[in-house]
Ligand binder design. Structure first.
Ligand code: BGC
Length: 914
């Protein structure tokens, strides 16, 4: 039965719109390149996005009009516009290209937008927004690269470098901007005040090719008369310990600074204070700092050296160095910031007699120390993720990272200290040197890239809610300027495999679009000539460490995921050469036999395996089967990308290549009867997910997958490569019940097993802590590794039911398809998309299901009501079969009702049809 409601619905629309007023339609969340009123931009072809808000259903934008001016006055009066789009008939409200005159260095531009909707409403002009350009050309930099001349021993962590300059201001100022970057990490202060609140600046990129600079509005920090500008430099990623096999000085062995303070006086003249040979250098209280090893700080060495009038006579000079300015870029991604504070839940005395603070949460950042004591007294803080079986402080899994803070008191009253150029992954802090430790002495400071939270998931099972919590904290802990594998041991690298596995889950929890855009540019930059993608990005390992299947495919998988979630076609355009060259690499390395079966591959990393495996229980998947599978998948994503970009010849080529790769997969890894040569869950999952099987063998592959799961007593045995897709594949092939079984499984190996063991983040291994409470091999046992958190994607898409539609990316069209199951009686997710907030939540009471759905204005949705008969469904108390505002059509599709709807809030209630 299909009920066509379109015509009547539009009559209803006309009726309803009669009562509307313009205030019903609002423009909110105006963004410029994913940012609100940013400064220091270098995007020459920026894009605008906004959201529509309306209390009504079925609201679509019918037109938009943007205008841009160089000042607010011109904007408001519509004069001297640098861009006037005119009224454009379009329902596009995200990623709209700026098409005005060429943008100039330092200039601030003001913009506003007004829109019209399909109900005859027109908004007033929005509040004015702005963006400001940074320094677009190397010639804009008058500053010179400078270095401290204080003697150093570059073989170990060094005292932070202090660089200082005094200057005088005699006239009233209108504005001041600080443009700054460094080799190493920097923190700048003016007149005793820290500049901005960004951490780990200038961030981590492929330093030799791309170096970010930051722009700060420091107008309020400058004063009349004497001023002091000081910059502290720490070793950081640049020359500190970094790399898988710990090594120092990867990018260089000396720190350096480039800074330009531009002061505009009220009379319009500009004065520039810049790094040059007039600066002074010294060292201070940071005796050493290192990302892995922590920080040693001696507060007795503090001086008010950035205060106005500080006398730097005794300091040494600086050295000017030659370092490129052509590589300078403005940050595309969000800065790292302090995100939240955690109060310790307990102070423990361990069996060994040590004093240990418990923060109740495995977190990433550091602790703020608040203390009063004697001068010269030293406090030591050690960080650990877990206590051992006996309850003692355990750090073996940090490997060589000492993650230790030493603070020596100056001793003249209350002292407050936070480290500067290091971070730790920890739940427990062991303290030495505090006489009567109190809760107030330590506060946990959580830091991560400042991504806007966008998703929430909740259901009737508390253990699954804790799993969601753990996934989210895995993300908080490992999105620190680059997506890292782990935050605690001597690693913390941008592992590509982990990132691709988790990217789509990450995109639900937080806005990761610009975070990944930045990192993907580094991926493209560090990719070798022949297309090989390094294992880690930025690449701090050897040049030859790359090309592992499922890792290198980050080059294709992540851009596609970001495109789907954010409608970011530009990203696809920019990554296209990198995507192509990765596929080319695989093609080149394919033998005469049509198989990619050479090279080193990590394989299905950390799959279930048994020690002394006598009965073949370990879930091993042939590495070259994996390679052929991901080769096919990347090729298919490239084909889709070519289609989106209108590269039709390429699209044809990659469609053909996909078929060839698939055919050879079949010849080599599939028996004529449909068995895969690796009888692992991962093999069947990937073959189904990546469409590598002939149609007539799909069902039996799904059946074999289920048999395999049953052989392990309904446990998951996949590693990093199979885990992200297993529940999706089961669901798509008629086994949603099995997917729920895996999700709800509590014994090892499973997602909930760590939860039952008290985990507060996702573990690297299914059994980081074994059932007998002993630990896995400390050589590789992180308790904060997000890869297995990739189940989050299925929780949003299938348990709660929020799905993107890749044909209408950025959630312009939404697929709401919840599939209740297992023992759950309710689940709800919300996701704040580029177009606005989406909600899908269901609850089962007796034999009745209630589904609440919210669809943002200017989008449409296909809503699939699980286990429903159309004649039993009520929407907001009306029969679905009657004319309903916002609902375009409803039809029975098997055991579901399919509703095509416009924006608005809907509540469907019906008796479950078995
Ligand atoms: C990392 C990973 C990474 C792996 C490569 C490990 O040391 O922590 O998560 O993907 O190496 O197999």
């Amino acid at each position: 039965m299909r009920i066509k409601l379109l015509f009547i619905a539009s009559l209803a629309t006309i009726f309803f719109s009669f009562h509307l007023t313009a205030q019903d339609l609002k423009i909110t969340n105006l963004r410029f390149e994913y940012k609100t009123n940013p400064i220091g931009m270098d995007e020459l072809h920026p894009r605008f996005s906004w959201e529509l808000q309306s209390p009504h259903r079925d609201v679509m934008q019918s037109a938009w009009h943007i205008r841009v001016a160089e000042n607010d006055q011109d904007l408001i009066t519509g004069k001297n516009l640098v861009w006037d789009s005119q009224k454009i008939s379009s329902d596009k409200s995200i990623q709209i290209d700026y098409k005005g005159i060429a943008l100039q260095s330092r200039k601030r531009y003001y913009w506003q937008v007004k829109i019209w909707d399909n109900k005859g409403n027109e908004t007033p002009w929005s509040e004015s927004q702005y963006w400001e350009m940074g320094l677009l050309s190397p010639d804009d930099w008058q500053a010179q690269w400078i270095q401290s001349v204080v003697k150093e021993n570059i073989t170990k962590p060094q005292p932070a470098n202090l660089l200082h300059k005094s200057f005088k201001i005699d006239n009233p100022i209108r504005a001041a901007r600080l443009y700054i970057t460094s080799l190493g990490l920097y923190e700048a202060s003016i007149n005793g005040k820290r500049v901005g609140n960004q951490l780990f600046t200038p961030g981590w990129t492929s330093y030799k090719n791309r170096l970010q600079y930051q722009t700060y509005d420091v107008t309020n920090l400058i004063q009349n008369g004497n001023n002091g500008l000081g910059v502290t430099l720490g070793d950081g990623w640049y020359r500190g310990n970094i790399g898988w096999v710990t090594s120092r000085n990867f990018y260089g062995d000396k720190l350096a600074l480039l800074v330009q303070l531009e002061i505009t006086y009220q009379n319009g003249t500009v004065e520039i204070v810049k790094s040059d040979d007039s600066w002074k250098s010294s060292t201070g209280p940071i005796v050493s700092s290192d990302i892995y090893d922590g920080e040693i700080y001696d507060a007795r060495l503090e001086q008010d050296w950035t205060n106005p009038g500080f006398n730097d006579k005794g300091w040494e000079g600086v050295k000017i160095i030659n370092h490129s300015k052509d590589i300078l870029i403005s940050p595309a991604g969000p800065p790292v910031k302090r995100a939240e504070e955690v109060i310790p839940v307990d102070i423990l005395r361990t069996p060994k007699g040590e004093t240990v603070y418990d923060f109740g949460q495995n977190m990433v950042g550091w602790v703020r120390l608040q203390i009063e004591g004697k001068t010269g007294q030293t406090i030591t803080l050690h960080h650990a993720e877990v206590l051992d079986k006996a309850g003692n402080f355990y750090t073996d899994n940090l490997r060589s990272a000492s993650a230790e803070i030493q603070y020596t008191l100056k001793g003249d009253g209350p002292e407050v200290y936070e480290p500067h150029f290091t971070f730790m992954g920890f739940r427990y802090v062991k303290v030495e040197g505090i006489e009567n430790p109190a809760i107030e002495n330590l506060t946990g400071i959580v830091i991560h890239s400042d991504m806007t939270p966008t998703g929430k998931f909740e259901c009737s099972d508390e253990l699954i809610n804790q799993l969601q919590h753990n996934i989210l904290w895995g993300q908080k802990g490992n999105f620190l300027d680059v997506p890292t594998d782990c935050p605690q041991r001597d690693e913390r690298l941008g592992w590509t495999g982990d990132a691709q596995a988790f990217a789509s889950t990450a995109a639900y929890n937080m806005d990761v679009a610009s975070f990944f855009s930045k990192w993907l540019q580094d991926l493209a930059t560090d990719q070798t000539e022949d297309g090989m993608v390094p294992w880690v990005i930025p690449n701090v390992l050897s040049q030859s460490n790359g090309g592992s299947t499922g890792w290198a495919d980050a080059a294709t998988i992540i851009p596609w995921n970001i495109y789907k979630a954010y409608g970011d076609k530009r990203l696809l355009e920019r990554q296209y050469p990198s995507m192509k060259s990765w596929v080319k690499y695989m093609e080149t390395n394919t033998g005469e036999d049509g198989l990619w079966n050479t090279g080193f591959h990590f394989g299905d990393w950390l799959f279930y395996s048994k020690k002394d495996d006598n009965d073949g229980q370990s879930a091993v998947t042939d590495k070259y089967l994996l390679a052929q599978a991901f080769f096919a998948y990347s090729t298919d994503l490239l084909r889709k990308t070519a289609e989106v970009l209108g590269e039709s010849d390429d699209a044809k080529y990659y469609a053909g290549l996909f078929e060839k790769v698939k055919e050879m997969f079949g010849k080599e890894y599939l028996t004529p009867n449909g068995r895969l040569v690796s009888s692992s869950q991962t093999a069947y999952v990937l073959a189904l997910q990546f469409d590598l099987l002939p149609e007539n063998m799909r069902q039996q592959a799904a059946d074999r997958l289920v048999q395999n799961i049953e052989r392990y007593n309904n446990h998951i045995t996949t590693g990093f490569l199979g885990t992200p897709y297993i529940c999706e594949v089961l669901t798509a092939n008629g086994y949603v019940d099995k997917a729920y079984m895996l999700l709800e499984q509590k014994s090892y190996p499973s997602w909930l097993y760590p939860v039952t063991m008290g985990a507060t983040t996702i573990w690297e291994r299914w059994d980081g802590i074994k059932p007998d409470s002993t630990f896995q091999n400390p050589g590789m046992n992180s308790f904060n590794h997000y890869a297995y958190g990739a189940i989050g994607n299925w929780m949003y898409t299938t348990v709660a039911g929020i799905n993107p539609d890749e044909k209408n990316p950025g959630y312009k069209h939404i697929i709401i398809k919840p599939q209740p199951g297992g023992t759950l009686t309710s689940a709800t997710a919300s996701y704040h998309s580029m177009h606005g907030n989406i909600i899908s939540g269901w609850k089962i009471t007796g034999d009745t299901i209630t589904l609440n759905v919210e669809i943002p204005s200017n989008t449409t949705a296909t809503i699939l009501l699980p286990q429903s008969r159309i004649e039993n469904v009520k929407e907001s108390e009306h029969e679905l079969s009657t004319v309903l505002d916002g609902i375009h059509s409803a039809s029975q599709q098997g055991n579901s009702v399919m509703v095509e709807a416009g924006s608005g809030k809907y509540q469907f209630i019906y008796k479950i049809s078995k």
